[in-house]
Structure formats: structure tokens, C-alpha cells
Design a protein around this ligand. Structure first.
Ligand code: SF4
Length: 93
């Protein structure tokens, strides 16, 4: 038994790329749901899968819309990194 195979990872769907083919929902109906109206998949529940299963689903998606959110990415929130230093230089005249 390998730790890598049993490690749980978070998956996400890029709604811009999803074409609603539904393979993800067929394979993991507790994790993916294809909305009947938008025909776009979304992650439901915890979004956590074993890495081996997540890898399979990533490979199965025909539009490469599914990806694994690696732990390092989860820990760095999408923040406001463009903080203005406010160091405007006055014109010394
Ligand atoms: S398998 Fe990919 S394209 Fe198909 S519904 Fe899921 S995310 Fe969308």
C-alpha cells in the first residue's frame, strides 16, 4: 500500500473549460454534479478524492477542466498582493 495512492486531494472544475460531457459525474457522483440547466460540472461535497482516483478523473475529462488543488496552493489564499506602498515621491523644487 502506498501513501501516495491513499492520500486525499482536493479537486476543482474550471467552468470555462467544462463541456458538460459528464464523465466526472459518472465516475464520482458524490464529488461532481453536472447542472441540468448550465450543463457545467461543479464540485459537490468535500471535493476530496484519493489521489489515484483524482488522477484518473483528471485524465478522463475530455476538456482538461478538472485539476487537483495541491496542498501548497490551498494554503496560499488569493490575496491582495498588489499593495500600494504609498511611497510617492514629492517633486523637490
Ligand atoms: S468530465 Fe470534464 S467536461 Fe465532462 S462534465 Fe466533468 S468537468 Fe465537464
Amino acid at each position: 500500500m502506498s501513501d501516495e495512492q491513499t492520500e486525499m486531494v482536493l479537486v476543482t472544475v474550471d467552468e470555462e473549460k467544462c463541456i458538460g460531457a459528464g464523465q466526472c459525474e459518472m465516475l464520482e457522483e458524490d464529488t461532481f454534479y453536472v447542472d441540468d440547466d448550465t450543463v457545467i460540472a461543479k464540485v459537490i461535497g468535500t471535493g476530496m478524492l484519493e489521489r489515484s482516483r483524482a488522477n484518473l478523473i483528471v485524465e478522463t475529462c475530455p476538456s482538461q477542466a478538472i485539476s487537483i488543488v495541491e496542498a501548497s496552493a490551498q494554503e496560499s489564499p488569493v490575496g491582495d498582493a498588489q499593495e500600494d506602498s504609498g511611497a510617492e515621491e514629492a517633486d523637490p523644487s
